[in-house]
Design a protein around this ligand. Structure first.
Ligand SMILES: *[C@@H]1O[C@H](CO)[C@@H](O)[C@H](O)[C@H]1NC(C)=O
Length: 320
């Protein structure tokens, strides 16, 4: 009975903690959402399989701010009338304070409702997953992280992110993107993570050299979708995921910082001996690159044993 009482008391306390209005509102939830990426030294910091549901459950239990469905002008209900002042309130009735205030609402959209009323803005992070969007919405100028997963965005225009020079992470997983303007990401000097997986991209645009994580898996890059030497000067690039793109070559040269290169399910048939190592410099070693995936390619890794001498591990792939 005593145990039961203890458990009950424990649950009660836990519930109160969860339900209590967060005092240090703003960064709390960002931390939960970003926990993988904060520990960047870890090879597995970016979880390819993280689903939106996991992330959203966390948000829902921690901070029920404003999360309204997207509304077209005709659908605007009467209680949100044009011109009416509408400020998101935290559950204790106060307005969110933080670096984003007073601009927390962001620029007004054409529908007259700010992006942060349609989506959810917490601190400098904008969560706009599963909102049926067909283009990138206007985002607050201070935004550092933006999640636009599971929408219907079909094109990334050069102005979509142009004014957002604080952006560190853009996640566009599972949209319908087939085209990206060449300069859409060019000026984003702080951009670290760009997740474009599960789209229809044929051409990877120019990316800033600040990149840490690039995921373009499950797209249509093919033979010419990656420009020559595209990753060469990205001296902090850790993870490069290019799975399932019909690539016929490894995009060289690869920076020494690279820890994981996923190329499975492509059409790579042969490997140059200098792809990873340096045949003229046997003292060269590429210690960071521990995770190379070449399975699902028509290549026989046994043909080029010299090509892996400098690596800590042999790539995963066909060896016979
Ligand atoms: C793969 O390469 C090795 C070494 O060159 C060779 O002995 C083997 O027959 C090759 N396998 C196939 C299926 O071509």
């Amino acid at each position: 009975m005593k145990t039961f009482a203890n458990v009950f008391l424990g649950l009660f306390i836990l519930k109160s903690v969860v339900a209590a209005p967060p005092t240090d509102t703003i960064n709390y939830d960002t931390d939960t959402y970003e926990v993988d990426l904060e520990e960047l030294d870890n090879l597995y910091d970016y979880d390819e399989s993280l689903t939106v549901d996991q992330a959203q459950i966390e948000i829902g239990t921690v901070l029920p701010v404003v999360n309204r469905p997207i509304l077209s002008p005709e659908q605007v209900p009467e209680d949100i009338e044009e011109g009416e002042e509408s400020t998101p309130k935290l559950i204790d009735g106060s307005s969110p304070q933080g670096p984003l205030s007073p601009g927390v609402l962001g620029p007004e959209t054409s529908a007259g409702i700010s992006t942060c009323l349609l989506c959810t803005c917490i601190g400098k992070t904008v969560y706009c997953d599963e909102h049926n969007l067909d283009s990138v919405p206007l985002l607050p100028k201070e935004t550092t992280h933006v999640y636009l997963r599971f929408n219907k965005i079909n094109k990334i225009n050069k102005n979509d992110f142009a004014h957002l020079n604080k952006l560190q992470k853009i996640d566009l997983t599972s949209n319908l993107i087939s085209e990206i303007d060449e300069d859409a990401f060019r000026g984003l000097e702080q951009l670290n993570d760009l997740i474009l997986r599960d789209n229809r991209i044929r051409q990877l645009p120019e990316l800033p050299n600040s990149m840490n994580v690039i995921d373009v898996s499950n797209n249509r890059l093919g033979r010419q979708g990656i420009k020559q030497e595209a990753f060469k000067d990205m001296i902090d690039l850790h993870l490069l995921y290019l799975t399932n793109n019909n690539l016929d070559h490894v995009p060289i040269p690869l920076p020494d910082s690279l820890q994981a290169l996923h190329l499975q399910d492509n059409n790579i048939q042969e490997m140059h001996e200098d792809t990873f190592c340096k045949m003229k410099d046997f003292s060269y070693s590429r210690r960071a690159l521990e995770d190379i995936r070449l399975d699902g390619n028509p290549i026989n890794l046994s043909n080029t044993p010299q090509a892996f001498m400098c690596l800590p591990r042999i790539p995963i792939g066909r060896l016979i």
